[in-house]
Ligand binder design. Structure first.
Ligand SMILES: NC(=O)c1ccc[n+]([C@@H]2O[C@H](COP(=O)([O-])OP(=O)(O)OC[C@H]3O[C@@H](n4cnc5c(N)ncnc54)[C@H](OP(=O)(O)O)[C@@H]3O)[C@@H](O)[C@H]2O)c1
Length: 506
């Protein structure tokens, strides 16, 4: 468990962090309460919100899953989860107050009337905790379980209070299934009540991308095809599939990361300034980028699968040797692609994206590579010493922003080297960053959908992914094609080399 560093009262940059928004009374129902996400992310996030007094006083949680458990067993399990995963120290008084509002219902939505106990429990919470009929339903269940829960809960909507629904990713498996899911959900819930989660959007650095671009006058004039040579977005993981073979065999890297996180990062990087920061203004601009993106042909998409190798000196098995994975699996664990956003700002500017498992390190970055200075009036040792400027946004870890600039090496002559002007979140604000789920759950309690994905956005993302994977049905790739602990298949390097470029060094 990591603790938030002590907050320094003298730090002037902290002004504004103390601004609080207050959420209304509410009962949060977590479907999938016995699962991994609930324990690793959701309950620790609720604890951290309680730690900072950000939850409403009239608040309750109903955990729902098929596994039998009593209320007390549920509280005990969630307490352990907080101790193991919360970013804040464990304070019994904070936990006890939060856990007092916890209830658990074991039920199966596959059975007729399976929701009845949940509905009764929610009415009891309204009485006991004053949750005022306001409902937040969090679907932390596998995609196949979503429909039955939406239909059952949708039929029991109360006229009292508001109802909101958080749906975890993956939202569907392809465009058709996503459209179907949207239709089912919209039978019972209005679009303004649906919060499709992509937890990347809850990350501070992702939001900072918007601040960087639109709150600083200096970047926007050069944020276009005239000054930007290309953009590279990397979502690298050093982990393998962590025992989640059943899920990963179905999803692969393209559905797990490209369809949601990567395309969202492209949209945020490429979007036009919204007229304000309201949910619809921001999402309208992102959708325009997704619509303007032209479908990458097979030559512009590379896929890979890791074989055995070494991560930080430790031997790790190949994907096909992971428990639960078919020995001849063709699931991709790596994808790279070259995308174009066909609009006035970005025409002919490539956006190279890549993601993979078992890469040498965990890192998510957005690199805006600017064009070279047109004419250096100095004698330079080599082309290499005068590199183009790069604005690098570190989404995780070491959240921050860094600008690579050429500088003179002290001493005689005009030797130039690249140096970095760095801004590190932890250093500047001297405060621990909130977990994405804290921000997103709180936004949902407040009814702010800006950082959630709208139906049309999700469908545009699937349309791009469907087109990327369509040619894959026709060929058999020669997998595995990269060793664990390397930066992906050779074809990924060739994708850029053909354009006279290379992936950013790490
Ligand atoms: N774990 C993560 O870090 C993560 C990150 C992003 C998104 N997600 C998404 O979040 C969802 C949950 O993931 P997870 O990792 O927590 O999965 P998990 O550990 O397998 O948990 C699934 C939960 O859903 C319940 N469940 C399974 N089948 C059900 C059914 N037919 N009806 C009702 N409940 C059912 C399970 O409880 P019972 O078996 O007791 O019913 C369990 O509580 C998935 O959609 C996943 O893609 C997870």
């Amino acid at each position: 468990m990591t603790q938030a560093p002590a907050v320094s009262q003298e730090n002037p940059l902290l002004e504004g962090l103390r601004k609080r928004r207050t959420a209304e009374p509410c009962a949060l129902t977590i479907f999938g309460a016995s699962g991994d996400l609930t324990q690793r992310k959701l309950i620790p996030a609720l604890y951290s919100l309680a730690f900072r007094n950000l939850l409403p006083p009239n608040f309750g949680v109903v955990g729902v899953a098929r596994t039998p458990m009593t209320d007390d067993e549920f509280r005990e399990k969630m307490r352990d989860a907080v101790v193991a995963h919360a970013r804040d120290e464990f304070r019994p008084e904070v936990w006890d107050e939060l856990a007092e509002g916890f209830r658990y219902v074991a039920t199966d939505f596959g059975q007729e009337g399976g929701e009845q106990h949940v509905v009764e429990c929610l009415h009891a919470l309204d009485r006991d905790r004053g949750t005022a009929g306001n409902r937040l339903d969090y679907l932390a269940v596998p995609p196949a379980a979503i429909e039955a829960i939406v239909v059952a809960m949708g039929k029991h909507r109360t006229s009292e209070g508001w109802t909101r629904l958080i749906v975890e990713k993956p939202f569907g498996h392809d465009l058709e299934s996503a459209r179907h899911l949207n239709e089912v959900i919209r039978t019972y819930f209005d679009e303004s009540e649906i919060f499709r989660i992509d937890h990347y959007l809850g990350k501070e650095t992702v939001q900072n991308m918007l601040v960087l671009r639109f709150a600083n006058g200096i970047f926007e004039p050069i944020w276009n095809r005239q000054f930007v040579d290309h953009v590279q977005i990397t979502v690298a993981e050093s982990l393998g599939i962590e025992g989640r073979a059943e899920f990963y065999e179905q999803a692969g890297a393209v559905r797990d990361i490209v369809q949601n996180h990567l395309l969202q990062l492209v949209a945020l990087t490429a979007m036009e300034p919204p007229i304000d920061f309201s949910a619809d203004s921001v999402r309208n601009e992102k959708v325009k980028v997704l619509k303007a993106m032209h479908t990458p042909g097979p030559k512009h998409v590379v896929r890979g699968q890791y074989g055995p190798g070494y991560i930080e000196g430790e031997e790790v098995p190949g994907y096909r040797e992971e428990p639960g994975v078919a020995p001849d699996s063709l699931t991709e664990t790596y994808v790279a692609a070259k995308l174009f956003v066909d609009n006035w700002r970005w025409a002919d500017t490539p956006f190279y994206i890549r993601t993979g498992k078992r890469l040498p390190k965990r890192e998510t970055t957005i690199a805006i590579q600017f064009k070279r200075a047109p004419h250096p009036p100095f004698e330079i040792d080599s082309e290499d010493s005068l590199r183009p400027n790069v604005l690098l946004v570190h989404v995780q870890p070491d959240e921050g922003v860094s600008l690579a600039v050429g500088a003179k090496v002290p001493g005689q002559g005009m030797t130039i080297r690249t140096v970095h002007m760095d801004f590190l979140y932890g250093g500047a604000f001297r405060t621990g960053l909130p977990e994405a789920y804290e921000r997103l759950i709180l936004d949902c309690l407040l009814g702010d959908a800006t950082l959630f994905t709208r139906a049309d956005e999700v469908e545009e993302q699937w349309a791009i992914v469907d087109a990327m994977v369509a040619p894959w049905k026709r060929d058999r790739p020669n997998f595995p094609n990269y060793a664990a602990g390397t930066w992906g298949p050779a074809t990924a390097a060739e994708l850029l080399a053909r354009d006279g470029r290379e992936w950013r060094a790490h």
